[in-house]
Design a protein around this ligand. Structure first.
Ligand SMILES: CC(=O)SCCNC(=O)CCNC(=O)[C@H](O)C(C)(C)COP(=O)(O)OP(=O)(O)OC[C@H]1O[C@@H](n2cnc3c(N)ncnc32)[C@H](O)[C@@H]1OP(=O)(O)O
Ligand SMILES: N[C@@H](CCO)C(=O)O
Length: 382
């Protein structure tokens, strides 16, 4: 394992995280990986771990972050992961890799290609299956044969499902939150418009912007893509309850001012553009759009029937990005699944990040029997 050069060479134009955390992340060199596309890619994954792997190596939990998440799970999911939380780091060994194709330490378009230049637009097409392959190589390297729980929300749920289908012997329990078995036409449409927002930025220059002078990256396009995405992360009801037609500041929209909700979206757009790489956003969005667990497996239901893990599917009732029907399908088609767990929330898709008490209550159904039996001194086979 080594600190890859790629994290040190992202140019100053990019304000995404560049290996700036205080040494908690580690990096696994996983060698050259054969991708679903047939191309080969040298892969490094950044990851963090929390807690201790026990002697039996049977307390590992794999947490798979969503689109722009990172390895620092206790920070973005504080109600779920940490000492005494439902994913109790005093009890479990949590492994949190950064997604392949991302820009927070793992190999992605900003990494150096073998010719010592950033991949940029040359970065190959990546799928959820490629991402899971890389994660499984990381697990191999860490000596984890089987996870007691694999959990992912949103795009993390895509990978969690791929894990449970392609490597059922390695997943004892599965939690899929606000996610689905394959991207819907609506999701593809939303992703498509986000991609076009980036492509249309004159500073995108076909993805080859890394050597441009500071301040000339495709931040406008990336920020616009995030605004489009962010609308889909929240419910119409919540936005209206919260912002209504309120003006931002004293200047009325009729007099050239902004609505507060415009300012809010602008804030989230600018914030992401400061911390994320546009080429990674494209790579990950494309991976999301091509997600289909049924591809080359005889269809979605056939693929889901291969899952052996005890499974919990959680949905947010106001999620307009991942419709309930998609979660319902998972809960019905996965053989050993609890009935769909529905969380009532006004927050929409982002509910998985915000409604952590409700998510924890649901996860307890999947995890507590193990805890209770262990505390009674009983042997529990994962
Ligand atoms: C697994 C993963 O997905 S990890 C990655 C998760 N993180 C992200 O996605 C980052 C984006 N953040 C978010 O989506 C949300 O902040 C969440 C889901 C994390 C939390 O949701 P909430 O608590 O409802 O936060 P909310 O959506 O109100 O955003 C708060 C921000 O909006 C800002 N804001 C609120 N109203 C306005 C407004 N009218 N004008 C400008 N800014 C505003 C706040 O100042 C705050 O800014 P800050 O985050 O820079 O401190
Ligand atoms: N806020 C989440 C939403 C996607 O599920 C992210 O950016 O990863």
């Amino acid at each position: 394992m080594h600190e890859p050069e790629n994290t040190a060479t992202i140019p100053a134009t990019g304000a995404w995280r560049t290996g700036d955390d205080p040494g908690e992340r580690r990096f696994a060199d996983l060698g050259t990986v054969l991708l679903e596309s047939g191309e080969s890619l040298p892969v490094t994954l950044a990851y963090q771990t929390f807690g201790q792997l026990n002697a039996a190596r049977d307390n590992a939990v794999l947490i798979l972050h969503a689109l722009t998440g990172d390895t620092d799970v206790p920070t973005w999911w504080p109600g779920i992961v940490g000492p005494g939380k439902i994913i109790d780091t005093d009890r479990y060994f949590v492994l949190a890799p950064n997604i392949l194709g991302g820009c927070q330490g793992s190999t992605g378009p900003a990494s150096l290609a073998p010719d010592e230049q950033p991949w940029g637009a040359r970065f190959p097409q990546i799928t959820a299956r490629d991402q899971v392959l890389a994660e499984s190589l990381l697990a191999d390297q860490l000596g984890i044969a089987r996870f007691t729980l694999v959990v992912g929300a949103s795009m993390g749920g895509h990978r969690a499902l791929e894990w449970a289908i392609s490597r059922p012997e390695r997943v004892a329990r599965l939690a899929v939150i606000a996610s689905g078995a394959r991207t819907t036409a609506d999701q593809i449409s939303l992703g498509h418009t986000q991609l076009l927002a980036i492509y249309g930025d004159p500073n995108f220059v076909h993805g080859n912007y890394y050597d441009r002078s500071p301040g000339t990256g495709p931040w406008y396009g990336l920020g616009l893509a995030r605004r489009i995405a962010h609308i889909s992360y929240r419910s119409a009801y919540e936005l209206d309850q919260r912002f209504g037609r309120i003006s931002q500041g004293s200047e009325e929209p009729l007099a050239g001012g902004r609505f507060a909700v415009q300012s809010y979206l602008d804030h989230h757009g600018a914030k992401l553009a400061r911390r994320f790489d546009a080429n990674s956003y494209i790579t990950l969005t494309r991976a999301m759009l091509t997600h289909d667990v049924g591809r080359d497996r005889g269809g979605v239901r056939e693929a889901l029937s291969q899952i052996t893990a005890r499974t919990l599917v959680i949905a947010i009732d106001s999620d307009r990005l991942f419709p309930l029907a998609e979660s319902q399908l998972l809960a019905e088609a996965i053989p050993d699944a609890f009935p769909l767990a529905l969380i009532a929330s006004d927050y929409g898709h982002d509910g998985f990040l915000i409604e952590t008490d409700a998510v924890a209550t649901q996860l307890a159904r999947l995890l507590t029997p193990v805890r209770a039996k262990r505390e009674q001194g009983q042997c529990v086979l994962d």
